[in-house]
Design a protein around this ligand. Structure first.
Ligand code: CP
Ligand code: NVA
Length: 332
């Protein structure tokens, strides 16, 4: 086995505060350079493997466009596209891909899988989402927050409402605590983040100056928040039957216009990692409507399409931040 290669990103806190913020500065520069058509490719001739056990729109496309813009090549291996997890072990797959490629993105179920890949690949490995963490999403989210609230990252307050045990809530808690932000999680008692994680966040806050709030009272958590963030109520890989349990639990945490108003601030923005259940035009949205009488689930269409919603800017920022990650890890 190898030590995890420098430039890897396995968890939201993996870069440390300074490394995280340095990537955001680079991402902002790269975004500007692309807009001005003066981007300089530094990944010419590099090869990157994109391994997905779960579906993706943004993460896959962000890695692909970022790589192509910088002159690198990618190979996409989808949920059924390789031997991984069926005929071949994670360690053997890692050895093969590590010999052929300069870096590996992995999205899947167990966090242990991406860590095992990193132990055996000998090249940088990037976590493109697991059941536990979504670190590259955090880069895009904090860049988006900074674009709307320039200045000290410590001055930003972000309130997540919804499933506090999911990869997004967990990642926001860890990221906000590391960066010194005012980070709040509002979730029903049954879906609060794991106690150990909250403890770690509170511990990190001692040195970063973060304010960490974890509560089942959405009104208290929302007061004065710059950003309201939510995620799908049932994540990829979770049982379909969870919808029956979670809809009643999470309906009080649904992001409606009234909930947005509870921040008491006119300028509060709405964030969502996407994909979102906000109307009845998708197969999932129709099923939620049919089964529970809700048009949209975690967020209403009204909020999703409002001027406060910056979700597509967030989605675009996936690409700029992932590019910064690739350039930092593999650039000349
Ligand atoms: N936000 C996000 O990770 O989206 P995808 O599932 O489309 O990659
Ligand atoms: N929590 C969601 C995030 C999707 C980007 C999931 O894991 O499905």
């Amino acid at each position: 086995t190898f030590p995890t290669a420098p430039g890897s990103l396995l968890t939201p806190t993996g870069l440390g505060r300074r490394g995280f913020l340095a990537l955001l500065d680079l991402a902002a520069e790269l975004k500007e350079a692309k807009r001005a058509r003066r981007e300089r490719p530094v990944l010419t001739g590099r090869n990157i493997a994109l391994v997905f056990e779960k579906n993706s729109t943004r993460t896959r496309c962000a890695f692909e466009v970022a790589a192509y813009d910088q002159g690198a090549h990618v190979t996409y291996l989808g949920p059924t596209g390789s031997h991984l997890g069926r005929e071949e072990s994670v360690a053997d797959t890692a050895r093969v891909l590590g010999a052929l490629y300069d870096g590996i993105e992995f999205r899947g179920f167990a966090q242990e899988t991406v860590e095992e890949l990193a132990r055996h690949a000998g090249v940088p490995v990037w976590n493109g989402l697991t059941d536990e963490w979504h670190p590259t999403q955090m880069l895009a989210d904090v860049l988006t927050m900074r674009e709307h609230r320039p200045g000290d990252v410590e001055a930003i307050s972000c309130c997540f409402v919804g499933d506090g045990r999911g990869n997004i809530a967990r990642s926001l808690l860890a990221t906000g605590a590391m960066l010194g932000m005012d980070v709040r999680i509002a979730a029903p008692a049954e879906l609060l983040p794991p106690e150990a994680l909250v403890k770690e966040a509170r511990h990190a806050a001692l040195s970063s100056g973060a304010r960490v709030t974890v509560t089942s009272d959405p009104a208290a958590a929302l007061d004065g928040a710059d950003f309201v963030y939510t995620d799908v109520w049932v994540s990829m890989g979770e049982a379909e039957a969870e919808w029956d349990r979670r809809v009643p639990l999470l309906t009080p945490y649904r992001v409606t216009a009234e909930l947005m108003a509870a921040t008491g601030r006119p300028g509060t923005r709405f964030l969502h990692c996407l994909p979102a259940v906000h109307d009845t035009t998708t197969e999932l949205g129709r099923r939620i409507h049919q089964n529970y009488g809700l048009a949209g689930a975690e967020v209403t269409n009204e909020v999703f399409t409002s001027a406060a919603s910056v979700v597509f800017q967030q989605a675009e920022n996936r690409m700029h931040t992932i590019k910064a990650l690739l350039v930092t890890a593999l650039g000349e």
